[in-house]
Design a protein around this ligand. Structure first.
Ligand code: F6P
Length: 253
């Protein structure tokens, strides 16, 4: 659109898509690190894109975090999303409730007019509890639904910042340091080459499940996330990124 032409964002988007080697990039003006409003803009574009991509009776899996929450908050009623089922990518990662995927899935459904299903599973489980829980029929059914997800909307985080937000052990922090983890998404930690160097063993979307997904929509902005975005996009297929100018310019440096 003309606003983008004036700000030269279309060119920036093309440059960024080429550098990251991903399918599509949307860049909004500004820096999310500096302004909440820019994060909301990323959210608004995420909501818009979702409405454009929708097909009937699809499953959309949503991750947690403030940026995916912005997508949910900016969502408006959409007849086309009425038959969409929103599900969380996993139980909880030990974060504040309003940042959890479960809650965000419910807000997305409420604001769009779609439906949602929740997954009540604590995330830090003993081996024994984990093995028992994944055999539960309703959990099996939920994981089956998750595997049918056509679209996944997810955030991207700086590896260390995310590990701290989740109150991870010093042991994990040290491990992340040693393995050169810089980015985090879906509960996986990535090095700069895009290899997964550490992961939570949780009940939810597994790495293999991502291969079935038609589109992954990453929503992440702010110059401080540049390295993390590079890492998470490095090996990604069918990846779409909605970011901001500050992150884009830092990535292209
Ligand atoms: O914890 C869920 C999660 O989506 C992480 O995978 C990601 O790193 C983070 O949230 C992004 O959070 P935010 O959008 O608040 O920076």
């Amino acid at each position: 659109d003309w606003v983008k032409e004036i700000f030269g964002l279309t060119e920036l988007e093309q440059e960024l898509a080429a550098k990251l080697q991903i399918d599509q990039v949307i860049v909004v003006p500004g820096d999310s690190d500096q302004s909440e409003w820019v994060k909301k803009e990323i959210g608004r574009h995420g909501a818009q894109l979702l409405k454009k991509m929708v097909i009937p009776n699809q499953v959309v899996a949503v991750a947690g975090g403030t940026t995916v929450m912005a997508v949910a908050e900016m969502m408006t009623p959409a007849p086309s999303l009425k038959s969409t089922l929103f599900v969380p990518t996993r139980g909880g990662l030990g974060e504040a409730v309003e940042l959890e995927a479960n809650y965000i899935a419910s807000v997305l459904a409420k604001n769009s007019g779609g439906t949602y299903r929740l997954m009540h599973v604590p995330d830090q489980l003993s081996d024994e509890a984990y093995r028992t829980i994944i055999r539960e029929p309703h959990i099996q059914a939920m994981l089956e639904t998750l595997r049918q997800a056509r679209i996944v909307i997810h955030g991207v985080g700086d590896a260390k910042r995310m590990a701290k937000r989740r109150k991870s052990t010093p042991h994990l922090l040290q491990h992340l340091d040693q393995t050169g983890a810089v980015g985090e998404a879906f509960g996986f930690y990535f090095n700069r080459q895009g290899d997964i160097v550490s992961r939570f063993r949780t009940v939810g979307l597994q790495h293999d499940d991502l291969k079935q997904v038609e589109y992954k929509i990453a929503v992440a902005g702010g110059a401080s996330k540049a390295e993390a975005i590079i890492a998470v996009c490095a090996n990604a297929e069918r990846q779409i990124l909605i970011t901001d100018e500050a992150a884009a310019e830092q990535i292209l440096k």
